[in-house]
Design a protein around this ligand. Sequence first.
Ligand code: CDP
Length: 232
Amino acid sequence: MSNKITIAIDGFSSTGKSTVAKRIAKELGYVFVDSGAMYRAVTHFAIEKDFISAKNFNKKGLISQLDGVELGFKFNNDLGFAEMYLNGSNVEKKIRTMEVSSFVSQVATIPEVREQLVKQQQQMGEDKGVVMDGRDIGTVVFPEAELKIFMIASAEAKAERRYKELIERGDKVEYEEVLNNVKQRDHIDSTREDSPLLKAKDAIEIDSSNLTLEETFQSVMQLVRMTLEDSE
Ligand code: CDP
């Protein structure tokens, strides 16, 4: 397997994208990039600076300070994946809260935010050998990716998965709150004007509602092997 390819994994919230992408990257010795973490980090910045809250959304203010947002990933050997850094601080835990989840899709509608992050994502994938998950990876970030996966699942399967994840982390959340957030984000992400969540024409759809993580991983790995053979 000498040829390095680009693998784009897009899809709805909590369909298991990141978990599968992480495992695929590990298996292949590729770089894994969680593009959602970058939108979450910008959202964390916006909350801290008071540009977004339940009562206000100061888009102009946020856009004017985007130059002051420096994002980076640093690999954590103990965890086995790269953690998100914002202006030199590790924000990996802070960006996974319900508060960030409740505002991130609004922040992700801002074209100036998207432009800045897409540029950075494209640089990270310059040398191929990357597995990136998100909403617009196969359509906007890497339209030439050799393998594009589009993940879907039922609303209940998605909410249950995310609820379990948050509870295991020790967060105090209600199932209903998680279900509503997942539904609301999927709606905003699919209907926004700039780079909406869409299945690329050449993407392969996987419904993970009734699949275990291992089964999802195996189905994607099979597609990876076929794509690598084709690209030799
Ligand atoms: O919670 P989940 O892992 O499903 O989402 P995420 O990958 O952490 O992404 C959080 C949010 O960032 C999404 O709901 C989108 O609003 C936005 N996003 C985006 O617009 N484009 C991407 N490529 C990735 C994420």
